[in-house]
Design a protein around this ligand. Structure first.
Ligand SMILES: *[C@@H]1O[C@H](CO)[C@@H](O)[C@H](O)[C@H]1NC(C)=O
Ligand SMILES: *[C@@H]1O[C@H](CO)[C@@H](O)[C@H](O)[C@H]1NC(C)=O
Ligand SMILES: *[C@@H]1O[C@H](CO)[C@@H](O)[C@H](O)[C@H]1NC(C)=O
Ligand SMILES: *[C@@H]1O[C@H](CO)[C@@H](O)[C@H](O)[C@H]1NC(C)=O
Ligand SMILES: *[C@@H]1O[C@H](CO)[C@@H](O)[C@H](O)[C@H]1NC(C)=O
Ligand SMILES: *[C@@H]1O[C@H](CO)[C@@H](O)[C@H](O)[C@H]1NC(C)=O
Ligand SMILES: *[C@@H]1O[C@H](CO)[C@@H](O)[C@H](O)[C@H]1NC(C)=O
Ligand SMILES: *[C@@H]1O[C@H](CO)[C@@H](O)[C@H](O)[C@H]1NC(C)=O
Ligand SMILES: [Fe+2]
Length: 459
């Protein structure tokens, strides 16, 4: 009888995935396959090249202004520059508009890019679906996107989160799971895109395959870009001394709309959220452009218009894995006090190829001599989430610091994506979906209460 019960309990524990409780936090020991899966081959179905002479490929969109009524449409043509015009029209309207973009090409060592087009569509109507068409003759292609409702404190809006995606078989599973969530309306991408830099001479052909891979999502909803270390592409050995050359040419951001001077740190407002994107690989010390910009931008946040204040960056400030350990520390020291002062709701990071969520904590009291240097509970502080588990070629980060620090609520080395579902000014529901045997299983979740309108102890 007793043995039976123990057996039953063990079975239960096994079924739900063994969880180890230490120091208050949970380290999930859920495991499937740990070895990295390889990049999908160049002829993989997801890298499909559209048919027709000079057909637009690698189509993607991002927000084009501060408040969400503009869209930047980007694509590549392979044979000749061709047209940079985007034709667009509202769903159920037969009035066509058109906008004219520009075209560019860049070289990277012995690689020459296709013709890269960017075109801004301005003054679109809130809460409206648009179709858009690019390309010419029989090689034209058509897509659609939806402009979010006008800014407002109670606008429900669902953001997706992916980081460190790459282009492996695991990346394909993550992206497939993300696309299956029909509510996700825009993607917050926390850096490390194609991992082309893992190839000899950073073979930029892998930037092209990645562009084709993500098109099935990124052509239909904006991906909000944060740059990671794999976008730096600084390779003096082969004469490539301009950092961020491929990403800058391929993935524009609306940085000027928020008064930024570099494409890698900027902010946008969308529905009920104010989203601040920081650049882990641009200078952020005192007096630098990023420091000055952030200081000013935080004063522009109006929580009665956009209650949800979300920060994206690549290298996490709180990370209890033995990978990239403390790499985010200098930026944390520089900016963490502001996150508390302005009551940021959540900070999302990537970089570490695993998942982790923190309590609301801060570590801002240290003054060199007072020894106050541990994270302490702080109800005005953000929750820190690491979501660098998109599935890239470098594999999972599995080695964690032990014991689990008490600021860490939950950590697990699995691939997956997350959803931040804003319900209204007081509540948002957050879920992390691990890739498990072909399914997206909700393995971590949290009801967020807004730090401005409803600052209960939610973590
Ligand atoms: C990627 O995933 C999609 C959706 O499951 C599937 O149709 C496709 O064959 C996959 N491609 C590869 C190369 O695994
Ligand atoms: C608008 O442009 C699209 C794409 O070229 C075309 O299919 C459609 O017929 C045009 N509509 C009108 C009313 O011109
Ligand atoms: C670039 O150089 C590498 C070796 O240095 C070679 O394998 C590759 O084929 C070259 N690519 C092009 C486009 O010339
Ligand atoms: C914030 O927005 C509200 C609503 O539009 C407005 O009344 C208020 O003046 C704004 N606050 C600031 C400081 O701009
Ligand atoms: C640091 O904190 C200690 C203890 O609270 C205090 O005595 C000291 O004056 C502080 N030092 C500075 C530079 O503020
Ligand atoms: C972690 O434990 C230390 C020491 O007991 C304590 O000072 C600190 O407040 C705790 N931090 C959290 C986030 O609970
Ligand atoms: C985990 O990381 C620590 C610190 O870097 C290292 O000492 C240890 O050998 C690693 N363990 C494994 C199993 O790799
Ligand atoms: C906000 O959303 C939460 C969660 O769905 C709900 O419980 C609450 O009643 C909503 N608040 C208002 C004012 O509608
Ligand atoms: Fe990274």
């Amino acid at each position: 009888m007793r043995n039976q019960r123990v057996g039953f309990l063990l079975g239960l524990i096994f079924a739900v995935g063994l969880v180890v409780q230490c120091n208050g936090g949970v380290t999930s020991t859920y495991r499937r396959r740990l070895e990295a899966s390889g990049d999908m081959p160049l002829d993989a179905d997801v890298f499909w090249v559209p048919s027709g002479y000079n057909a637009p490929q690698q189509v993607h969109i991002t927000q084009g202004d501060y408040d969400g009524t503009a869209v930047i449409v980007s694509w590549v043509t392979a044979d000749v520059p061709g047209s940079s015009t985007v034709k667009y029209w509202k769903f159920c309207s037969n009035l066509n508009h058109s906008a004219e973009g520009d075209v560019r090409q860049y070289k990277f060592y012995n690689y020459t890019s296709g013709y890269i087009h960017h075109c801004v569509l301005n003054n679109l109507e809130p809460d409206t679906t648009y179709y858009y068409a690019i390309g010419e003759n029989d090689a034209g292609r058509k897509f659609s996107f939806k402009i979010p409702p006008a800014l407002g404190p109670d606008v429900p809006y669902t953001f997706g989160l992916i980081g460190d995606l790459g282009q492996t078989y695991d990346s394909n599973i993550t992206l497939t799971h993300y696309k299956a969530n029909k509510d996700a309306a825009a993607l917050l991408y926390v850096g490390d895109f194609s991992y082309a830099d893992n190839y000899p001479n950073h073979d930029n052909v892998r930037w092209d395959t990645w562009g084709r891979f993500i098109e099935t999502s990124a052509a239909y909803q904006p991906w909000i870009w944060t740059v990671g270390n794999h976008e730096i592409d600084f390779v003096p050995e082969i004469g490539e001394t301009t950092p961020f050359k491929p990403v800058r040419n391929r993935y524009p951001t609306p940085y000027e709309a928020s008064g930024s001077t570099e494409p890698y740190f900027y902010s946008i407002r969308r529905a009920s959220a104010h989203i601040i994107v920081l650049a882990s690989y641009s200078a952020y010390g005192k007096y630098t452009p990023q420091y000055q910009w952030l200081q000013k931008e935080l004063t522009k946040v109006n929580r009665t218009v956009t209650p949800w204040l979300i920060v994206l960056l690549h290298s996490p400030w709180y990370n209890s894995y033995n990978y990239h350990y403390m790499e985010g520390e200098t930026m944390r020291v520089q900016f963490e006090a502001w996150m508390v002062q302005y009551k940021v709701d959540v900070v999302f990071a990537g970089h570490v190829h695993a998942y982790e969520r923190s309590h609301r904590i801060s570590n801002i009291d240290y003054n060199i001599t007072n020894a106050k240097c541990s994270p302490v509970p702080n109800n005005n502080a953000p929750v820190y989430i690491t979501i660098g588990d998109g599935g890239n070629i470098e594999g999972l980060a599995t080695n964690m610091t032990e014991p689990q620090p008490n600021y860490s609520v939950f950590r697990e080395a699995s691939f997956g994506h997350a959803i931040f579902d804003i319900k209204n000014r007081t509540h948002a529901y957050y879920t992390w979906h691990r890739n498990q045997d072909g399914d997206a299983v909700t393995a971590d979740s949290m009801w967020f209460t807004n730090r401005y309108f409803n600052p209960t102890n939610d973590s």
